[in-house]
Design a protein around this ligand. Structure first.
Ligand code: F6P
Length: 526
């Protein structure tokens, strides 16, 4: 990255002191690699439709019970071809094969990336290990159902980040009708969340699930300790006998007090934000039933096969990754928004935030050189139609370019008057149409510039299989974007410094700046 006289950093393609920054950088992240993409003509969306009668066909993909539509983005056949060429230079196919073969593509942590093995698509050894771990989980669930741990009606799951967001999405999306168990997933260290569950659950009928890949995460361990204490205080005879641990560090879980028979391990190669397929998915498996959990895995595996075997110009994760990278790198969009037009998917945007930002929010390349281009877009979003009445003003008329994704389901999730679902879907489609079309009137305050890009994911139904495929689609999309940008999407060192400083402060140590020291003192924490 170049600096101007004031020390401000500039990205490739920007101008500093009269000169265009050319990142002909040794990491290959330079302007040359991008010139074919950056020099593509910039036609408006409506012109693109007018000039190509096959546009819809070219930019739609149907796979795994889902219809994907990128026709209202600025992708063109030439842009897709240019991205295919870039993918070739980045060896996307080779990296994809390496991931499915358990090669150590997570180079900074010297680990394989094995979440696809959890749905039985991967290297034979990793798949066999995943099957063994799943069998263990299934056996424990069967035993719990048979009453081995007493009368269990509540499941209290503590975990954070990838150890909470995925299971929470699954249970919230698919567990609405199931009457089996009441599940609560508590992530935050703020005791208010835990207390709320303690007020609702019967400690004598609660299974405590402690989910932590490392089994060292402060929030999770503190929450688990409070839950054990709550059971103890209520007179539960052996609270630790009601604890299940989900972890890649079984020894630590055992050391903490969980009996080995109730530790459900998973492999180190399964990253936290990619772990819902492993034993981290336990709350979903117990709530929805084993058959549903297997369907989830099968749906994801179908997307894995599509990603592995389909040409990039018809490959859903690849096209999505191309569009994402086009907007961040060429149009310099800083954010991207996903709106779930389905209440059952309301936790999809927060899930995607971790998946995308923790994976591709980096400043260095795989080989440790400074990234000379923007990394991933800031991911945000919400639920339609509510968001239309809150944030869509900016999307239609604000100065920011925000590519929007709509996710909707054809089959309604409710039994009310069908007009509810009809209105819901029509609103999603109309928003996409309006963002593209715009409106030009004499009054500037009432004009809409239009030409704003949107993509749509339309699910036939929301069931475990389709949701599995949808989540796997997002995982691979992140991988495509990370590969094009030469980012290691599988480490997350950026979260460590804040954790270290919080730990130091909790121990009464740490060197802090005057402002932080003052805040600690004011809160009475010194
Ligand atoms: O702080 C970030 C992070 O490491 C995430 O990557 C992870 O999902 C989360 O914390 C929880 O980690 P663990 O599962 O080890 O408790």
């Amino acid at each position: 990255m170049a600096e101007d006289g004031a020390g401000n950093k500039a990205m490739d393609g920007e101008t500093v002191d009269g000169e265009t920054v050319n990142g002909g950088a040794p990491n290959g992240n330079g302007a040359d690699d991008w010139s074919a993409i950056e020099s593509l003509p910039r036609q408006k969306l409506e012109e693109l439709f007018a000039s190509d009668p096959d546009r819809l066909d070219r930019l739609c993909v149907d796979v795994a019970g889902m219809h994907f539509d990128w026709s209202k983005t600025h992708l063109t056949p030439d842009a897709v071809a240019a991205f295919e060429a870039l993918a070739g230079r980045r060896d996307l196919a080779g990296r994809r094969d390496a991931m499915f073969a358990s090669a150590h593509i997570n180079v900074t942590e010297d680990r394989p990336v094995e979440h696809t093995a959890e749905r039985y698509e991967g290297a034979p050894g990793a798949v066999a290990a995943a099957k063994k771990y799943h069998e263990r989980m299934r056996t424990l669930i069967d035993a719990i159902e048979a009453g081995a741990l007493g009368d269990i009606r509540y499941v209290l799951h503590t975990g954070i980040g990838g150890s909470a967001l995925g299971p929470n999405l699954l249970v919230d999306a698919l567990g609405r009708d199931a009457s089996r168990y009441e599940v609560a997933i508590v992530a935050n260290v703020d005791g208010v969340g835990m207390q709320d569950v303690f007020d609702r659950f019967d400690p004598h009928a609660t299974l405590l699930v402690v989910a932590s890949k490392t089994f060292t995460t402060t929030e999770t361990i503190l929450n688990a300790e409070s839950a054990v204490q709550w059971m103890q205080e209520a007179g539960v005879e052996d609270p630790y006998g009601r604890v299940v641990a989900l972890t890649a560090s079984p020894d630590k879980a055992i050391e903490w007090g969980v009996d080995e028979t109730r530790v459900l391990p998973f492999g180190e190669g399964v990253g936290g934000r990619y772990s819902l397929w492993s034993s981290i998915g336990f709350p979903a498996a117990i709530k929805l039933g084993w058959a549903a959990f297997e369907e989830l895995l099968e749906g994801a595996a179908e997307m894995d096969r599509h990603f592995r075997l389909t040409a990039l110009h018809q490959n859903a994760p690849a096209l999505a990754g191309f569009a994402d990278v086009y907007y961040t790198q060429v149009r310099r969009a800083e954010t991207r928004a996903t709106f779930a037009y389905d209440e059952r998917l309301r936790l999809l945007p927060p899930y995607l935030q971790q998946l995308e930002m923790e994976s591709n929010g980096k400043s260095v390349t795989v080989s440790g050189e400074p990234l000379t281009r923007p990394s991933t877009a800031i991911t945000w979003g919400g639920v339609g139609t509510e968001a239309q009445h809150a944030v869509f003003q900016l999307l239609h008329q604000g100065t920011h370019l925000v590519p929007v994704e709509f996710v909707a389901v054809i089959e309604a999730g409710d039994d009310l008057n069908p007009e509810h679902h009809r209105q819901l879907l029509l609103n999603a489609f109309a928003q996409g149409a309006a963002l593209m079309k715009g409106k030009h009137v004499d009054d500037p305050a009432r004009s809409y510039p239009g030409d704003r890009p949107t993509s749509t994911v339309l699910l036939d139904v929301l069931d475990p299989r389709t949701l599995g495929a949808l989540i796997a689609f997002y995982e691979h999309r992140v991988f495509v974007a990370g590969t094009l940008l030469q980012i290691n999407s599988f480490d997350q060192f950026g979260v460590e410094l804040g954790k270290e400083m919080a730990k130091a402060a909790a121990k009464g140590g740490g060197e802090f700046d005057p402002s932080t020291t003052d805040l600690i003192r004011r809160a009475g924490l010194d």
